[in-house]
Design a protein around this ligand. Structure first.
Ligand code: SAM
Ligand code: SF4
Length: 331
């Protein structure tokens, strides 16, 4: 396999990280992501496993070495472990992770681990059943908790919790989540609410920022101490509790981390994006299905990365929201 030059943008950021959305469908309807009534992509428009494998193989030769499977809810895609196996065997892929809402995880965790999945992030914003029901419009907190337990039994190299925070809604969830995570020795990350909700209700006033969350945590657990990054371009700023547990804050709104971004995204319908907030996409699926040569696909990838902006600009006056919501992009 001949290695190709790395994918570098106009600001010198080398891209090593790829998010692959395997579906836009989901079994729950988080307020901050997916509207209740939603039209999904026809199955024929979604990249097949073989198409994903071929584009990831090319990207791996261009220096991509970390992959996260996401969606929509990746576990609603049939046979996901088959894709995990295919991607894990691609030369150069060092880390293969999954982000899931956890609802369908319990019966699938072992199979995913055996197929080669390294790490799992489980999204859990609250431990309160009513608040969970309100936030996700589904009453299935117990399934997520079963999913977490199952993942912990499988010896993944990491199981982490991701909690989106929304002002006026999730303040009371913070301390119970911190206790839950530290008791189980699971890393916990809080994520600020971004303007990517399908219902378009986002506003600055709904962002419960990382600094406020940290204050709530420190008032209860004492001062947090800064922890080193797992890898340079990680979006989260990490800390340790006095008892050694780890907690992180992903603050895209209050403290954008675009300067070190090394991420690229492929949507379920095979569009390449250089940013969550990009207004432009590169249609790799059409190129693949039209039989384009590898050189042509490589050129499209380089053009996409070459046009990446310095930052997402949420805080600027001329910010324009993308037409797509988070579930259509892949968070
Ligand atoms: N369905 C899976 C899940 O929920 O984990 C994977 C896809 S989901 C789009 C990926 C992550 O994006 C989740 O952790 C979710 O909480 C987060 N997310 C969704 N909408 C968001 C928003 N508007 N702002 C911040 N995070 C968001
Ligand atoms: Fe589904 Fe994940 Fe979006 Fe929630 S955040 S609606 S679980 S895709």
């Amino acid at each position: 396999m001949n290695q190709l030059p790395p994918i570098t943008d106009a600001f010198g950021r080398v891209h090593r990280n790829l998010r692959v959305s395997v579906t836009d469908r989901c079994n729950i309807r988080c307020l901050y992501c997916m509207p209740e009534d939603v039209e999904f992509l026809p199955s024929a428009e979604v990249l097949s496993f073989e198409e994903i494998e071929s584009v990831v193989s090319l990207l791996a030769r261009m220096g991509i070495n970390r992959i996260r499977l996401t969606g929509g809810e990746p576990l609603v895609r049939n046979e996901l472990p088959v894709l995990v196996g295919k991607l894990k065997s691609i030369h150069g892929i060092k880390d293969l992770a999954l982000t899931t809402n956890g609802v369908l995880l319990a019966p699938r965790a072992k199979e995913l681990k055996l197929a080669g999945l390294d790490r799992v992030n489980i999204s859990l914003d609250t431990l309160d059943r009513e608040t969970f029901h309100h936030l996700t419009r589904r009453d299935c907190l117990s399934k997520v908790l079963e999913g977490i337990d199952a993942a912990l039994e499988c010896n993944f190299s990491q199981v982490r919790l991701n909690a989106v925070s929304i002002a006026g809604l999730t303040e009371d969830a913070i301390l119970p989540l911190a206790y839950f995570a530290t008791q189980r020795k699971i890393e916990l990350r809080f994520i600020e609410f971004m303007p990517l909700d399908g219902d378009q209700n986002w506003g600055q006033d709904k962002v419960l920022d990382g600094k406020q969350i940290r204050e709530i945590i420190e008032a209860e657990f004492g001062e947090l101490t800064a922890a080193p990054r797992d890898y340079e371009a990680q979006p989260s700023v990490d800390f340790r509790f006095a008892n050694g547990g780890k907690i992180g804050f992903i603050n895209p709104v209050s403290e954008p981390f675009c300067k070190s971004c090394d991420r690229l995204r492929i949507t379920a319908e095979g569009k390449l994006r250089n940013c969550l907030f990009s207004l432009q996409e590169w249609d790799l699926k059409s190129l693949i299905r039209d039989g384009a040569s590898e050189d042509v696909i490589e050129a499209a990838i380089r053009e996409c990365v070459g046009k990446k902006k310095a930052s997402h600009g949420i805080d600027s006056r001329d910010f324009v929201r993308p037409q797509k919501a988070m579930y259509q992009i892949g968070g």
